[in-house]
Design a protein around this ligand. Structure first.
Ligand SMILES: *[C@@H]1O[C@H](CO)[C@@H](O)[C@H](O)[C@H]1NC(C)=O
Ligand SMILES: *[C@@H]1O[C@H](CO)[C@@H](O)[C@H](O)[C@H]1NC(C)=O
Ligand SMILES: *[C@@H]1O[C@H](CO)[C@@H](O)[C@H](O)[C@H]1NC(C)=O
Ligand SMILES: *[C@@H]1O[C@H](CO)[C@@H](O)[C@H](O)[C@H]1NC(C)=O
Ligand SMILES: *[C@@H]1O[C@H](CO)[C@@H](O)[C@H](O)[C@H]1NC(C)=O
Ligand SMILES: *[C@@H]1O[C@H](CO)[C@@H](O)[C@H](O)[C@H]1NC(C)=O
Ligand SMILES: *[C@@H]1O[C@H](CO)[C@@H](O)[C@H](O)[C@H]1NC(C)=O
Length: 500
């Protein structure tokens, strides 16, 4: 039996449900759309900056450069000197920057209030910010070219670009606040810690900075998904939990694969039980991450409270005792909410959000143990094993992970004790329905390193565009965040006045 590893990208998208022999980052199939740019292009201008390839040594090839993309909006900005109005920077994560900008309505919504300049910087090796002359094939060819893809290089890019931009805009004294969600949230928190002279504070949303080493249990991620479904209904949990065995048994029977294919309306006349399991697993994982209170289109178009909708489909009395009809109903919510799919492809290697480089990061420094399943997990019980990942990375990229590097570089162990005395001005937001919240900072560290926790919240829900339908708890979260950022800014301006 093939051992399955789940390497969820932090953002999410990309549960690359990975089997050792067959790696396929899974993307929402039939309805995956190219990133919509229309709404955003009216709001931001696209620019490029000549960035240095390697910030950390002086070998000749380090001086190579590449074009790094950033998006900018100065509509609400109060200007640089002498007003010194603030600059809000999104520290891009593993995909096209416009996709993250679209999912960070928070910055647009509050820019007028703060008179802020908005800047969204694309992470190297993603979107259009590809080294080696923009040639993605070349940049992704092997470890010689991919070796410049790392979080430390990305942070150095952001610092370099921000300092240069401020100089160009005569805004040297404008305070910078960094924002990010998921991996981008980790980057924003780490940026504040490593570059305190560049950013006065960070809003790090759903940033699982403690999901490294053994700080967070590898069972936490799937435990939370289990809890999400189980809290909707015990039956929903039981049906999903029991279904894995039923799929396996059905697949073994004569005509069983055909039956599965028909039950789930799979496109090609081909199905493997593993690919069906991965396809269902992806639907549950992403739906848990995107369990938002209003309609969304982060990964796939989804209704409000999609976990509840899935369980409603599973609990439907009309499909009594028919597990596959129930699961089909649930999958249909994730894969076919717009009703446009004629059939489903189980394996989809399209990559509309441009997340391909994540595999490299997952095999070098982003060792986020998440794949363990306890006996009462909604997924089949399984052990998380570092060796499986190491073997996968060896086969796939001929590289050996460095699982301790992130905590060596950025810390994480005993974070409360350490950051209480050393750091300041970071907001860690987590929604407890988000499987990544288990690796987040959930308790206040100090007066200015604050954890905001919403038990009803999902993956970086606070950063999404506000809507009149937003529940009170979400409005309260955003109000708290705005108040805290205002406080950082007034302290900054007070200091600036004192010193001038
Ligand atoms: C890595 O890829 C680059 C660019 O495609 C190529 O020039 C180089 O020979 C490759 N190196 C190895 C060790 O395969
Ligand atoms: C700053 O201006 C220089 C000169 O025009 C330009 O080359 C550079 O890209 C600008 N920096 C940024 C961050 O746009
Ligand atoms: C975590 O691992 C480190 C060494 O890698 C070890 O010293 C420590 O005791 C472990 N902590 C727990 C809680 O297992
Ligand atoms: C469903 O299964 C249960 C237990 O096997 C059985 O008692 C019940 O009659 C079944 N219901 C229907 C409608 O088939
Ligand atoms: C998708 O939904 C539409 C509308 O509900 C339905 O007609 C169609 O059959 C569904 N597609 C699949 C593959 O089930
Ligand atoms: C679904 O199909 C309808 C009718 O063809 C179309 O108007 C709509 O844009 C489609 N939705 C998506 C999300 O593709
Ligand atoms: C942390 O402190 C803030 C007030 O500064 C409070 O609003 C918030 O609820 C606290 N967070 C937790 C997790 O207790």
């Amino acid at each position: 039996m093939a051992i399955r590893l789940l390497l969820y990208s932090v953002t999410f998208l990309f549960s690359s449900a990975i089997s050792i022999t067959n790696i396929h980052p899974k993307f929402p199939c039939s309805i995956a759309k190219p990133v919509e740019k229309l709404s955003l292009s009216t709001k931001t201008e696209e620019k490029y900056f000549t960035q240095i390839l390697d910030h950390f040594n002086y070998h000749p090839q380090s001086y190579h450069t590449f074009q790094q993309r950033y998006l900018i909006n100065d509509k609400y900005w109060g200007g640089g000197a002498p007003n010194n109005s603030p600059i809000f920077v999104y520290t891009g994560n593993e995909g096209h920057i416009e996709w993250f900008a679209q999912n960070t309505g928070f910055m647009f919504d509050f820019a007028p209030h703060f008179k802020a300049l908005l800047v969204f910087i694309e992470h190297r090796y993603y979107g259009k910010s590809i080294p080696f002359g923009g040639d993605k094939e070349k940049a992704y060819s092997n470890s010689t070219t991919l070796g410049y893809l790392s979080s430390t290089q990305a942070l150095a890019d952001y610092a370099t670009l921000i300092i240069d931009l401020k100089y160009n805009l005569s805004a040297t004294h404008s305070p910078v606040v960094v924002f990010g969600g998921s991996y981008g949230g980790m980057l924003s928190a780490w940026f504040r810690l490593k570059y305190p002279h560049v950013a006065i504070g960070a809003l790090a949303s759903s940033a699982p900075i403690l999901n490294f080493d053994n700080i967070t249990s590898p069972y936490s991620f799937n435990n939370i998904i289990t809890r999400d479904f189980r809290s909707e209904s015990e039956n929903c949990y039981k049906v999903i939990k029991g279904s894995w065995q039923e799929i396996k048994e059905t697949a073994k029977k004569y005509g069983g694969l055909q039956k599965l294919r028909k039950s789930f309306r799979i496109c090609k006349n081909y199905i493997s039980p593993e690919s069906l399991e991965n396809w269902l697993n992806t639907a549950y994982v992403y739906t848990a991450m995107a369990d938002y209170p209003t309609p969304s289109n982060f990964l796939n178009p989804l209704p409000p409270y999609p976990v509840k909708e899935m369980c409603r489909a599973i609990d439907d009395p009309k499909t009594v005792n028919n597990t596959f009809k129930k699961l089909y109903g649930a999958a249909n919510i994730f894969y076919n909410y717009t009703g446009n799919s004629t059939c489903f492809n189980l394996v989809d290697n399209s990559d509309p959000q441009g997340l391909g480089g994540w595999i490299w990061q997952v095999c070098t420094e982003m060792i986020l143990p998440t794949g363990g399943n306890a006996d009462d997990s909604i997924f089949p019980s399984s052990k998380w094993s570092y060796n499986d990942i190491a073997q996968f990375c060896k086969n796939k990229l001929n590289i050996e992970p460095r699982p301790n590097w992130i905590t060596t570089e950025f810390g994480g162990h005993n974070i409360h004790r350490i950051l209480e005395r050393f750091g300041s001005n970071i907001i860690f937001f987590n929604g407890l329905r988000d499987p990544w919240s288990g690796g987040g900072v959930l308790k206040n560290i100090s007066k200015s390193i604050v954890a905001i926790v919403a038990k009803e919240g999902a993956h970086h829900v606070d950063l999404r565009f506000s809507s009149s339908e937003d529940p009170k708890w979400l409005k309260d979260v955003r109000r708290k965040e705005v108040d805290i950022i205002s406080k950082w800014l007034s302290e900054y301006y007070n200091n600036l006045n004192d010193s001038s």
